[in-house]
Ligand binder design. Structure first.
Ligand SMILES: Nc1ncnc2c1ncn2[C@@H]1O[C@H](COP(=O)(O)OP(=O)(O)O)[C@@H](O)[C@H]1O
Ligand SMILES: [Mg+2]
Length: 270
């Protein structure tokens, strides 16, 4: 893996949702390539289509038009070459940590001994030793997300798709999980596409930050983060890139806000 092979390719992605009254165009002309082993953060104002992009790549949502190719194969549905981690932990409450991680392997009818070998490897990787037989409700938010990451990795996907996975965590846990994710990424060499609305998180994590426009979402600007890891949030370089990204993002935030405001005005008139 030289890090230059394209792993995720989306072209001319178009997505319209059909509501009861009107159509919502969520994505228009969205195009993004992510290289093998690359860590890309997708950033944009709320409602710009970040989750939609991720769900389409995951095969959990259909596209209206365009093309999505992962590891050289056109995406037509969910598949084991893509692992997903969402903000809601989406763990099975009746299953233990171990059994949550083994879920995908059970689906693949892997024998018990192999399943246990895999789950124990990923339990080690995400530092959950000693919690193998705990149930999700006994775990903190950060630990639940560790289980979610281990479960996604257990299928050995080429790509990890993460949708604001640390959004519900408190600030300290969030920072710790960001560090942990970088460690896991370095150990597994996965391609990661990570959605966030935190500029700080994106600058801390990403090789490249992709800023989306307000809806209909497309790529507004791609900002490379050339800083060595681990990154120092207090360094002048970090603060300077954060400022640059924020500036690009603010224009789009304003567009979103203007639209929300004008909607309110119209609603008040009627
Ligand atoms: N299932 C759906 N049905 C109708 N509209 C949807 C659906 N999912 C998302 N949308 C709309 O598509 C737009 C993009 O949504 P989403 O991808 O969730 O944005 P983000 O994750 O950037 O906040 C929003 O306007 C949202 O209301
Ligand atoms: Mg979202």
């Amino acid at each position: 893996m030289d890090g230059h092979e394209v792993n995720i390719r989306t072209q001319r992605l178009f997505k319209a949702f059909r509501g009861d009254k009107k159509e919502v165009v969520a994505l228009k002309d969205f195009a993004l390539d992510v290289d093998e082993g690359e860590f890309v953060c997708l950033l944009g104002p709320s409602g710009c289509g970040k989750t939609t992009v991720l769900r389409i790549i995951a095969g959990l949502e259909t596209k209206s038009d365009g093309q999505v190719v992962v590891s050289g194969e056109e995406v037509t549905g969910a598949g084991p070459n893509r692992g997903v981690v969402f903000q809601e932990f989406a763990l099975f409450p009746w299953r233990t940590v171990k059994k949550n991680i083994e879920f995908g392997l059970e689906m693949k009818n892997l024998p018990l001994a192999e399943r246990e070998a895999v789950s124990s490897r990923y339990i080690d990787l995400v530092n959950l030793e000693g919690f193998e037989d705990a149930h999700p409700q006994q775990l903190s938010g950060g630990m639940k997300q560790r289980v979610g990451i281990a479960r996604a990795l257990a299928n050995d996907p080429a790509v990890l798709l993460m949708d604001e996975p640390f959004g519900a965590l408190d600030a300290q846990t969030r920072n710790l999980m960001q560090k942990e994710l970088l460690r896991i990424w370095a150990a597994t060499k996965k391609t990661i596409l990570f959605v966030t609305h935190s500029v700080d998180e994106a600058v801390y994590l990403a090789d490249r930050i992709v800023v989306m426009t307000a809806r209909p979402g497309k790529v507004k600007q791609v900002i490379p983060v050339g800083l060595p890891r681990p990154r120092d949030r207090t360094s002048a370089e970090f603060i300077s890139i954060r400022g640059e990204v924020l500036e690009v993002l603010e224009e789009e935030f304003e567009k979103t806000m203007m639209r929300e405001l004008s909607k309110t005005v119209v609603e008040h008139k009627t």
